[in-house]
Design a protein around this ligand. Structure first.
Ligand SMILES: *[C@@H]1O[C@H](CO)[C@@H](O)[C@H](O)[C@H]1NC(C)=O
Ligand SMILES: *[C@@H]1O[C@H](CO)[C@@H](O)[C@H](O)[C@H]1NC(C)=O
Ligand SMILES: *[C@@H]1O[C@H](CO)[C@@H](O)[C@H](O)[C@H]1NC(C)=O
Ligand SMILES: *[C@@H]1O[C@H](CO)[C@@H](O)[C@H](O)[C@H]1NC(C)=O
Ligand SMILES: *[C@@H]1O[C@H](CO)[C@@H](O)[C@H](O)[C@H]1NC(C)=O
Length: 249
């Protein structure tokens, strides 16, 4: 049946995907949002859940590459180009690991990618493929967990870090100022949650952000926790006594 689809129509359909590259004249810079899953898990008493598909990684997740105009206005919903899963088929593994929806009850991360593309991606001037490809590449290049580790800032239980130390580590590594958002729960336990960095509009380099954060965010107190994150399945495996007893001391 597919062979009856005229070549012209195929060309048009392909072109419609390319049309996703809707550039906005107002584009000034990008916010790149990293999310620490351990902070997400402490946001509410619900905690976090493994997604329906895929294995989230114990590392910073990508949460968005947000196009902004120079006056600090978010550029959103520039076109109605819908999300096509087939355009990211070459990076599904990375998306499921690094752009995972760990909310409860277990979610389908695809909805998160779809929302991010349809709200912000469509104003980025990138094709849908490049939007996610570049976001993942930027995340890996930033390599935040490893960079922080150099300064002995590592996710551990029952330890608070001065926010200033985290900011200074990022500044020393990237020569830009970051904005850190905390998550807090009912017991006022402040957690490292998101890190906002800015990139120039051609995505060639990190820059100091023209405005501190993309929206009203929850800023951090002087000392914050950086809680470890373990996907739930792994936790239940580690809690399995049979498995534990096979681990040599
Ligand atoms: C900011 O820039 C956007 C897009 O360039 C424009 O639509 C908006 O009116 C501007 N807002 C202010 C407060 O200048
Ligand atoms: C957790 O288990 C579910 C169902 O068995 C599986 O689909 C998922 O990939 C697993 N996640 C991890 C992180 O192992
Ligand atoms: C923008 O698009 C997203 C995703 O389709 C939608 O959820 C949101 O309501 C839209 N926002 C506005 C202001 O139209
Ligand atoms: C993005 O595309 C480049 C060039 O094709 C490739 O080298 C890179 O591995 C891709 N990144 C991801 C995360 O798929
Ligand atoms: C760091 O940034 C400042 C101002 O943004 C610039 O003047 C300086 O040359 C940069 N330093 C390095 C080592 O890139």
């Amino acid at each position: 049946m597919a062979s009856y689809v005229p070549a012209v129509l195929i060309a048009l359909l392909m072109f419609s995907h390319v049309m996703d590259a809707m550039a906005s004249d107002d584009l000034g810079f990008f916010f790149f949002v990293l999310m620490w899953p351990g902070g997400f898990c402490k946001l509410s008493s619900e905690g976090c859940c493994d997604p329906k598909v895929g294995e989230p990684i114990s590392d910073f997740f990508a949460r968005g590459l947000l196009p902004y105009s120079n006056n600090g206005t978010a550029l959103t919903n520039c076109s109605k180009c819908t999300f096509h899963l087939d355009e990211v088929s070459d990076m599904m593994g990375d998306l499921y690991s690094y752009w995972s929806d760990i909310s409860c009850p277990s979610a389908d991360s695809i909805n998160l990618w779809k929302f991010t593309w349809e709200t912000y991606g469509v104003c980025s001037g990138l094709t849908q493929h490049d939007y996610f490809n570049k976001s993942l590449d930027i995340l890996k290049e930033i390599d935040m967990l490893k960079r922080l580790e150099k300064y002995n800032i590592i996710p551990i239980e029952y330890h608070d870090y001065p926010v200033r130390e985290i900011m200074e580590a990022i500044e020393a590594e990237f020569n830009v100022t970051a904005t850190i958002e905390c998550s807090s729960n009912s017991v006022a336990d402040y957690q490292l949650y998101k890190i906002y960095l800015c990139l120039d509009k051609d995505l060639t380099k990190l820059i100091s952000c023209p405005v501190p954060a993309p929206e009203e965010i929850e800023y951090c107190p002087e000392y914050i926790a950086f809680s470890p994150y373990t996907p739930q399945n792994e936790t239940s495996m580690a809690a399995n006594p049979i498995r534990m007893s096979t681990v040599p001391e």
